[in-house]
Design a protein around this ligand. Sequence first.
Ligand code: NAD
Length: 558
Amino acid sequence: RLFTTKTFIPGNPAPRGAALNTKGWLQEAALRMLLNNLDREVAENPEELVVYGGRGKAARSLPDFHNITKALQELDNDESLLIQSGSPVARIKTWENAPRVMIANSNLVGNWANWDHFDELEKKGLMMYGQMTAGSWIYIGSQGIVQGTFETFNEAFHQHYQGKSKGKFIFSAGLGGMGGAQPLAAVLTGACFLGVEVDRKRAEMRLKSRYLDEIYDDIDSAMASLNNHLERGLAKSIAIIGNVVDILPKLLERKDFKPSLVTDQTSAHDPIYGYVPQGYSLEKVEKLRKSNPKLVEKDVLTSIAKHVNCLLELKGRGIPTFDYGNNIRAMAEKAGIQNAFQIRGFVPEYIRPLFCKGKGPFRFAMLSGELSDLKKADAALLNLFSDYEEIQRWLKVASERISVQGLPARILWLGYGDRLKAGLLLNQMVKNGEISCPIVIGRDHLDCGSVASPYRETEGMKDGSDAVADWALLNAFGNIASGASWVSFHHGGGVGMGYSLHAGMVIVADGSDGASERLKRVLTFDPAMGIFRHADAGYETAQNIAYEQMSGKVEENS
Ligand code: NAD
């Protein structure tokens, strides 16, 4: 048949509703999620194809973006599209249960796995930084990290303050794509939040999306408002506009600056295109990143050293201070701060027990674009998980407080067994017409069995296997074999080049029986990988789940 392709513009919203632009719902889902990643309501800088996380992109260049959208429109139901670092390189004949898209982003051979080599390749147009969900087309805006941040803050309050958060505040910096989730997550725990952001536009984006309550240009006004909220027991979030390296030393001198938890979400993982050095305006850093990147890098490392010294000072004052996955400790160590790793990582401190149960950031997005479909899904999940106190609490709070960015979506941390139940329920709702269009189900790469990242997800593993990346590869292979709709394998997400390897998967619930079979395989295997990984490393919780739920056997004293 005659098939004319449409041209899409990055920044514009993804198509919605039941009309297909492609030859099948799997291709359609990939197309809509790529466009949704770049929707200006969702992405940090769609004109540059940047989604979040420093320079985390969805496509390598504008021509690549157009070629991808064209290829997805032309792709048959028994073909797969291969994406190499944001560029479509081949359409291959596979079969209907194969992924429609297979993506590899930013992967480099070990000896060359550093920013310098990556930057050279990027300049030549040969590579793109895919971050985690940017290059794998399953970013859902700041919501994607809200629940993880909420769980982390909650667990930290639980461990350090007997669960009491009222009248307390969390201090951090960086209110970008992911960091912008911190103020809302803090407020959801019942605490206040004080953050420093160098780029006013970014803070304003959070204010507009209701992730942030107030913005100030000076410390005195911010502290006066914070103290007022704390005294009244209100949970409110406040941003100060400025460079954290200018602001934090001044805060440290104040008697009323007593945060209860401290962390950071500046893009410290990228010493050229992420962190803004002290003394630089935004215009200056933008210009020098291109004309003199080495100078920027030198000044960034000097600033990060000062920043981490302040964090160490806060830790020294007895305030729980943790790294929140941006590799700031390794950058500070590079800059000569030898005790940077005295600051602990958030995964070993607060998240690993969840990983041992196969728990992680399950998420879904409504291809209909209808908020009413999301509400129906939320209600059905509340009913399905009626015995789970934390899911009840999260879903209620999320549906009230989280504004829609792009296609209506939900993040919901679920473990082994529960992801499958949720996926099948959503597919059934599409099948019987309760939900008007297919649903995309995926997850962050920051998951229990899909990532090797020794300064983050696999920091301090019980058996010392922090840097073993075989598990992440097995995760990608298993998801391809199980029939995920698209599968990706990336290098450098979260913590930067040389520090991580990780896999992503997405599966489409289009209401068909075929989808139901694929969902059974993928949503069993994918979280099971977390159980395999942690059982093998010696974690008892994972070993018990492996025996009791997977093999069907209960072995005493095993
Ligand atoms: P982003 O690039 O969208 O935002 C970073 C923000 O930091 C920007 O708004 C920038 O203006 C601000 N900033 C930079 N230098 C600053 C300075 N000196 N002072 C004050 N503000 C400064 O990145 P993002 O998506 O928000 O991610 C933040 C970091 O967290 C990245 O390193 C990312 O890799 C990491 N990350 C962590 C997790 C996690 O689960 N913990 C998940 C995803 C990403």
